[in-house]
Structures are given as C-alpha cells and as structure tokens.
Design a protein around this ligand. Structure first.
Ligand code: UDP
Ligand code: MG
Length: 315
C-alpha cells in the first residue's frame, strides 16, 4: 500500500497542534488505499509544543516527530521533514490550519491519477490580512518575477503534495539560503495549481513580523536572481544620473552664458561619474560574494536534537 507522509513544521504551536491533528486525521482516515504518516518538526519551540508532540507520538499510530536543536526557521524545518519523510507521496502543511486538510484528497487525486508530479495550493485572495502587507506582497511577486527566471507564483502557499521523485529532486538542492517557493518551482515537474480562499489561523499567532517577511523577500530575490537590489548599486546609479545632469547643466551654461569658473565643474562631474560607476560595480560584486560566502561555509541546514514516535514500523 502507498504511503503518504505529511510534513508539518511547528514553532511555538501548542495552541494548534491538537486541532491540526484532529482535523487532518479525520480527512486522512477516509483516504482510500493509502497509509498516512505524520511527521511533525518541532523547530526549537520554547513553549509546550514538543511535549504535546511526544504525547501525540506515543498515543497515535503513524505520528512521528523530530525536534531541532534550536529555531532554524520554517525553511530548515521543512527540509528536515522532507529528508526524514518515507512516503511515496509527501505533503507539506502548516500546523495552523491555514492549509485546509480538506484539500488533501483533491491534491492526492491530481498526483495519483491526474498525471501530475505535484499539486500545490495558492490562495486567490488575502482576506483578513492587513492591506499594507498584501500590497507589499503583491509588489514583491511582481518584482521577483521580473528579475528572476524562476517563476514564483503569487499567493502560492507552501502547502503541496509531491511524488517521491520530486521530493528527492528538492533534497538534492542542498543550498543553505533556502527559499522554498523558488526551489519548488526551480526543480520543475508538472504542477497542478489548486485555488483556495485565504483562511485565518486556528489559534496562536503568526511567527512572521513585517520585518521578517521583508528580509525573507529580499533573501528570495537574492537567491533566485542575479540582479540583486544592492544598496550600493542603486547609490552608484543615482550618482551616475546626477553627474550626467550636472554635465548637461555645465555644457548648457557654457553655451548660453559663456564660461565662468573653468575647469573645476567638469572635473567634479567626471569624478562623481566614475565614483558612481565604481560603486555600482562593487555593489554587484558584493552581492555575489555575500551569497558565495554563506554557501561556502557549508553549514548544515538544521541540527536534529531528538526524534520519536512510530519510528520503526512503517505505519
Ligand atoms: N514555523 C516554523 N519555524 C519558524 C516559523 C514558523 O516551523 O521559525 C512554522 C509555523 O509553526 C507554521 C508555519 O511555519 O506551521 C507557518 O508559520 P506562520 O503561520 O506563523 O506563518 P504565516 O502563515 O503567518 O505566514
Ligand atoms: Mg500561518
């Protein structure tokens, strides 16, 4: 019988773990000819998440859990889960029920009988989200799709169900700076998009502040584009434009009114122009260097502290 692994990253989610399991197991219990294993990844939670997972693992068949040595971030937790998943099919879901488990049968059908390698969920609206955040999110998708050749679908959630083949491909992308929305798309394969309404959290609160999201967005752009928006580069470009205007001004002034102070204005223009070009180029170089620096250290993506649940028997 085929096995479906459901990877669920959890960070300080004591309010939602049990709710998630109750709803997901109600759906999965009814899936035909399929066994299901849950793989909860405790991403260094500081609350009671881990003890809840322990309890769940001891109580329920087919529940496994991993616990990371500290908070490594959702990307790393997801990677840990994918690496430990044993299923022929693997789904990734948030624990806060913003990814409705009721969609699983539909996703599974697309992959099992629809000829797709992956079925992924995108939300068609952002109801219940602060408008300013939605606006920034939309701008981000516009920008990244302009500067990157990897398509990043607006509103795509990390909620998806994949074949073993696709999971193995994703695991082979072992980069340290992980931007999963990009990696999922980069590995290719045939993806079916399933649309859903935005759902609000079932409990607890979002781990993403606006600032964290902004950094994440910039990381994504840097990871999936070689045209990064380096501050130094922009600065250099602005200097170039300013010096160009100054050159025009000096020339016009010379033509119309005849020369006043000779020599120094043109010199300043030239110095500014060259300094601008230099900063522009160093900025671009710096982006590549920063990326290379982080990757070349080859630090592990996550560190496992403990694991448990139904480890030995395949459920
Ligand atoms: N999460 C995680 N590590 C983190 C932050 C979040 O494993 O450092 C998990 C979190 O427990 C949840 C999922 O990632 O299952 C999505 O997080 P959240 O709901 O806070 O994000 P949002 O839905 O607001 O974007
Ligand atoms: Mg959420």
């Amino acid at each position: 019988m085929a096995l479906l692994s459901i990877v669920v990253p959890c960070y300080n989610e004591e309010a939602t773990v049990e709710l998630f399991y109750a709803r997901a197991s109600a759906v999965c219990g009814a899936l035909p000819e399929l066994e299901v294993e849950y793989l909860f990844v405790d991403d260094g939670s500081a609350d009671g998440t881990l003890s809840l997972l322990r309890g769940l693992g001891a109580r329920e068949r087919g529940v496994r859990w991993l616990s990371l040595s500290r908070n490594f971030g959702k990307e790393a937790a997801m990677y840990a889960g994918l690496e430990h998943a044993r299923g022929d099919y693997v789904a990734v879901m948030d624990v806060d029920l913003q990814d409705p488990p009721e969609l699983l049968p539909q996703l599974l059908e697309a992959v099992r009988t629809g000829g797709y390698d992956c079925a992924a969920v995108r939300r068609v609206n952002r109801k219940g989200e602060p408008p300013i955040r939605s606006w920034f999110a939309r701008q981000f998708y516009k920008l990244i799709n302009k500067v990157s050749r990897t398509e990043i679908v607006d509103g795509a959630r990390d909620f998806r169900l994949m074949t073993r083949q696709m999971v193995d491909a994703i695991l082979r992308v072992g980069e340290y700076n992980r931007f999963s929305k990009g990696i999922f798309s980069w590995v290719g394969f045939r993806v079916k998009w399933v649309e859903t309404e935005n759902a609000e959290r079932s409990g607890g609160e979002s781990k993403w502040s606006f600032f964290k999201l902004l950094v994440y967005a910039l990381d994504g752009i840097i990871a999936f584009s070689t045209a990064p928006l380096a501050i130094a580069s922009v600065l250099g470009l602005i200097l170039c434009v300013v010096s160009f205007l100054a050159i025009v001004f000096v020339i016009v002034r010379q033509l119309v009114w005849g020369g006043s102070a000779f020599g120094w204005p043109s010199l300043v223009c030239i110095i500014l122009f060259l300094a601008g070009i230099q900063l522009f180029c160093i900025g671009i170089l710096g982006q590549y260097l920063a990326k290379t620096y982080l990757e070349v250290k080859k630090r592990p993506i996550y560190i496992l502290r403990e694991q448990g649940g139904s480890l030995d028997e395949k459920p």
